[in-house]
Design a protein. Structure first.
Ligand code: ATP
Ligand code: MG
Length: 294
């Protein structure tokens, strides 16, 4: 495999607030890479540096063979970015937005229209195709904004929290489109606050916390790092009352059961493998939000 993104020693501060304190990352061609971290961890800042929108204070970043600092135009010609804020034209309707973007990206009128209709269908916007974007709900805007980044196939696609604000159906559809794109050779770099999303979608995950990458690997490797099983206590309806991590040993499990017993709560005890959420608690000392309906 060849790497498409190479980041070394990246540092960035806003005033005296250090946001990135030395980031190293490598992303291979065709990979779906998830940068996972809580609010304010610096995910958007990393994307902004990699897409040439923000200058790093120190370190280097090469994207699709071009240095972001020395050759920003080289980078821009090979990437697409969907940010956290929408970039669609309010006055045009949804279809016009897509067609215009396709034509600006070098598609013929016919190809642009064809692609527009395909994407409208994909993102559940066919019925709203002729409506001005100004009348769209937040979720509809988000889907249109995402559809725009799929008009042409970039070498590297950056998606900053792509599924935030989407309902379950749209989120699954988006995951499907992302997988398809990666299957066709596009490297996908996405950020997310959701473990399920990284677990479901990403070939590799990097966890950003306190300005550094505290762990990286496949979801399975990250889970492995937490090691032991978790002992849970649930009530009659199956709701979780308490849980205790263990080191996986018999003595560890016994200790966990004793702790649950000492808590005075009544319920049924079960043991399960650690989840990615447990891995996060162990790695960052901080839980991440969990999507109920993912
Ligand atoms: N232009 C800026 N000027 C000053 N501070 C900034 C600027 N951009 C980001 N920050 C700060 O840097 C930190 C990281 O911000 P960033 O947007 O990269 O986080 P994030 O991980 O993307 O968070 P979220 O999940 O909320 O999108 C935050 O504390 C933020 O306030
Ligand atoms: Mg952000």
């Amino acid at each position: 495999m060849t790497s498409v993104i190479e980041v070394r020693g990246l540092r960035k501060a806003f005033g005296d607030h250090t946001v990135l304190a030395g980031i190293d990352l490598t992303v291979e061609r065709g990979e779906i890479f998830a940068l996972l971290g809580p609010n304010g961890a610096g995910k958007t800042t990393i994307i902004s540096v990699l897409t040439t929108l923000v200058h790093a204070d120190e370190g280097s970043a090469v994207v699709a063979g071009h240095d972001v600092h020395r050759s920003p135009d080289g980078v821009r010609g090979r990437i697409a970015l969907t940010g956290q804020s929408a970039a669609v034209d309010e006055v045009l309707n949804a279809r016009e937005n897509l067609v215009m973007f396709g034509e600006l990206s070098g598609l013929s009128g016919r190809a642009a229209r064809h692609r527009a209709d395909e994407l409208l269908e994909r993102f559940g916007l066919t019925d709203a195709a002729g409506r001005r974007v100004a009348t769209f709900s937040g979720g509809m805007r988000r889907r249109l904004d995402l559809a725009l980044s799929f008009v042409v196939q970039p070498e590297v696609l950056f998606l900053d929290e792509p599924t935030t604000g989407l309902d379950t159906r749209s989120r699954r559809e988006l995951w499907h489109v992302i997988r398809e794109l990666a299957g066709a050779g596009t490297t996908v770099f996405l950020t997310t606050q959701y473990l399920e999303e990284a677990d479901e979608l990403a070939d590799r995950i990097a966890v950003l916390s306190g300005g550094t990458i505290v762990a990286s690997g496949t979801a399975a490797e990250l889970k492995e790092r937490v090691g032991g099983d978790v002992v849970e206590l649930r009530d009659a309806a199956g709701a979780l009352l308490r849980s205790e991590p263990t080191d996986g040993s018999l003595a560890g499990v016994r200790r966990a059961v004793d702790l649950l017993d000492a808590s005075g709560a009544e319920g049924t005890v079960s043991i399960r493998r650690p989840s990615l959420d447990d891995a996060f608690l162990a790695l960052t000392g901080d839980g991440l939000p969990v999507k109920e309906d993912a």
